[in-house]
Ligand binder design. Structure first.
Ligand SMILES: Nc1ncnc2c1ncn2[C@@H]1O[C@H](COP(=O)(O)OP(=O)(O)O)[C@@H](O)[C@H]1O
Ligand SMILES: [Mg+2]
Length: 288
């Protein structure tokens, strides 16, 4: 651990101050699969980029990497090659036609906790290169694997996605509970997005349920960040392998996502340690 902290200090020493504290790191997670995480992460990233921010979207869904599928991109290299030291971060990071850059996920990616000392040092070194971004959005797989928890714990903010379905709501509460009991990152801000709503009222009703239970049983504050309308464009866009923000930025789903971004931007952003802090926390958790 001391070695790793040392390595981190080395890395950070070599970075100019402005590139250190400003990166906003948002992890997107859910209890249940198929609730819209990948679509929301991807389109949120694009909406953010349209505000002139430099955005990197990282696919940490290490089982079924699919950000690239939604974007219609076939990445040559991914996190697997990075971890295996076959490629560098600058070699695996990809430009897209949508104003964002992506880091592709990999099914062969080891658990962060299972990486050797050297591999982890190297991984941290690589990730710190992402501090050039204003925003890093991390799409994860459903549920609570060690990797998902590591990313959630290390981020500044975690957005939990649910739909109005009772099973999704129960699982959203489930992951919030695990986050609350497993993670001691006091500065982590938990936010909720309700996807596939038919009305504003429905979104509010679902959010209130989750937020009230979290408050009552876990004494945990969860903020309602917003909703995304049920919109056939999402499915159509997936079939065309184009993000819906690009297919039609005026669609109900696109407008919803843009509202979420503007809410994220209006919320006073508590600047924590940026990527340096992220890496420290990622390591701290994994080494346990
Ligand atoms: N707002 C929405 N309106 C309509 N369909 C949606 C919406 N969000 C998600 N979907 C459907 O759910 C599918 C799964 O979404 P995806 O983003 O891949 O979920 P996850 O990453 O959580 O597994 C999409 O391919 C789409 O068909
Ligand atoms: Mg997904």
């Amino acid at each position: 651990m001391a070695d790793q902290a040392e390595t981190l200090r080395e890395i950070m020493k070599n970075k100019p101050a402005e590139s250190r504290a400003k990166t906003r790191i948002i992890t997107i997670a859910s209890g249940k699969g198929g609730v819209g995480k990948t679509n929301i992460s991807t389109n949120l990233a694009i909406a953010y980029a349209r505000l002139g921010k430099r955005v990197i979207l990282m696919d940490a869904d290490l089982g079924l990497a699919n950000v690239n599928v939604i974007l219609g991109i076939i990445p040559k290299y991914n996190l697997y090659h990075l971890i295996r030291r076959q490629k560098t971060m600058s070699e695996i990071i990809m430009d897209t036609n949508y104003g964002i850059q992506i880091v592709a996920g990999a099914s062969g990616f080891s658990k962060i906790a299972n990486l050797t000392h050297d591999e982890r040092d190297a991984f941290v070194n690589d990730l710190s290169e992402l501090s050039v971004a204003d925003v890093i959005i991390i799409d994860t797989s459903a549920g609570v694997s060690d990797n998902v928890l590591s990313f959630v714990a290390a981020a500044d903010e975690a957005i939990i996605v649910t739909t109005p379905e009772p099973t999704a709501i129960t699982d959203a509460y489930g992951i919030i509970k695990i986050i609350a009991t497993e993670i001691d990152n006091l500065s982590l801000s938990l936010k909720l997005v309700v996807n596939r709503v038919s009305s504003v009222t429905e979104g509010k009703r679902v959010a209130e349920r989750v937020i009230n239970i979290a408050g009552q049983f876990l004494n945990l504050k969860v903020d309602y960040l917003g909703y995304v309308y049920e919109d056939p464009i999402v499915h159509q866009a997936v079939l065309r392998q184009k993000p819906f923000m690009a297919v039609d930025p005026r669609s109900k789903a696109s407008i919803s996502v843009q509202h979420i971004v503007s809410r994220l931007e209006k919320i006073e952003f508590q600047e924590t340690g940026g990527i340096g802090n992220f890496l420290k926390k990622l390591l701290g958790r994994s080494s346990g």
